[in-house]
Each structure stands twice: as structure tokens, then as C-alpha cells.
Design a protein around this ligand. Structure first.
Ligand SMILES: CC(C)(COP(=O)(O)OP(=O)(O)OC[C@H]1O[C@@H](n2cnc3c(N)ncnc32)[C@H](O)[C@@H]1OP(=O)(O)O)[C@@H](O)C(=O)NCCC(=O)NCCS
Length: 150
């Protein structure tokens, strides 16, 4: 089931965020992963509270993934718990976000994909705009800007 997230979900969401990024250790260094996963449950509460749209997907009342938009309506987060990846849940959440944007008269969605998931987004119709390093704290993280017309 997909539902809108509340600040009470912050701890569960932060837990999945950390686990999913820890799983990217063949793509990024320990130092990069450490800055990327820094921030605590309160920081995640604030992100949820201020996001224009932030959703979770549950299986038997347990959160197994989440997705959220930035103020500019680009995709900020899309993460599935490692135990539940590759079962269609990421696609389901992403299509839900796209439908939300379409219903609100948006004709485009953009995001910054990490090295591991460019193929996932291409599979769902996204095109590459550019790849570059972005700075998080003292680390450079290589990302790819992608876009899809809705
Ligand atoms: C990337 C992620 C969101 C994908 O969610 P998922 O539930 O595992 O993916 P799905 O099962 O919905 O996959 C949909 C399709 O994309 C493919 N796919 C999934 N992950 C992929 C990947 N990393 N690279 C290429 N293709 C991928 C699937 O095989 C499937 O293809 P099919 O429709 O032809 O069978 C999820 O694996 C995840 O959270 N990964 C770790 C964190 C991360 O990188 N998040 C994204 C932030 S940019």
C-alpha cells in the first residue's frame, strides 16, 4: 500500500535510507557513503515535513520504501529496502510520483541519479541530461541528471 508519509515515519525512513546507501559500496567509497548517510531522524523529519509530496510503500504495515519531492518538484528520494529490491516496488513508487505531478499539471520530472541506478531510470523512460560531481560536505559525489516528459 502507498500512503503519504508523516514525521512519525522518519525513523523507519532514515533506517532504509542508510541501509540502501550502504549497499552502494561497490560504486562509492566509505567516505562518500558516510557523508551521504549523515543526518539523523530529526533531519529526516524536517525533510518529510517540508516536502511538497513524500510517500511510503508498506507491506503488512511495515515501510519497505519511500519517495519524496523537492520544493522545485524534482525527485529528491527514491529508496527501497535492500531485502525488497528488484520486485517492482521502486517502479510502483516512481509511477505514483509521476501521476501525482501529472494530476497537478506538471509536464516534466527531473532527478539526480547515483551511479547504481541510471539503468533503472532509463528502463522507465528517463533520458540522461548530464553527469557531474556534486559536493556533499567535503566529498564529491558523481551523479547523472535525468529527465522525463510526463
Ligand atoms: C534503484 C531502486 C529505487 C530500484 O527499485 P527496485 O524496486 O529495486 O526496482 P524495480 O524492481 O521496480 O525495477 C524496475 C525495473 O528496473 C530494473 N532495475 C532495477 N534496479 C536497477 C538498477 N539498479 N539498474 C538497472 N536496472 C534496474 C528492474 O530489473 C526492472 O526491470 P524490468 O521491468 O525490465 O523487469 C532500488 O533498487 C534502490 O533503492 N536502490 C538503492 C538506492 C538507490 O540507488 N536509490 C535511488 C536513488 S537515485
Amino acid at each position: 500500500m502507498i500512503r503519504v508519509a508523516t514525521v512519525k515515519d522518519a525513523k523507519d525512513i532514515k533506517g532504509i535510507h542508510t541501509l540502501a546507501i550502504d549497499g552502494l559500496n561497490s560504486f562509492y567509497t566509505q567516505e562518500q557513503i558516510a557523508v551521504w548517510t549523515s543526518g539523523d531522524d530529526d533531519d529526516m523529519s524536517s525533510v518529510i515535513e517540508h516536502s511538497p509530496y513524500f510517500i511510503v510503500i508498506e507491506i503488512q504495515d511495515k515501510i519497505v520504501g519511500f519517495a519524496g519531492l523537492r520544493d522545485d518538484l524534482s525527485l529528491r528520494h527514491l529508496y527501497i529496502h535492500p531485502d525488497h529490491q528488484k520486485r517492482g516496488l521502486g517502479r510502483e513508487l516512481l509511477l505514483h510520483i509521476e501521476n501525482y505531478l501529472k494530476q497537478n499539471n506538471n509536464r516534466e520530472i527531473s532527478l539526480e541519479a547515483n551511479k547504481s541506478c541510471v539503468g533503472f531510470y532509463q528502463n522507465i523512460g528517463y533520458s540522461i541530461q548530464e553527469s557531474k560531481n556534486i559536493k556533499i560536505s567535503d566529498q564529491e559525489i558523481y551523479i547523472t541528471k535525468m529527465i522525463k516528459t510526463l
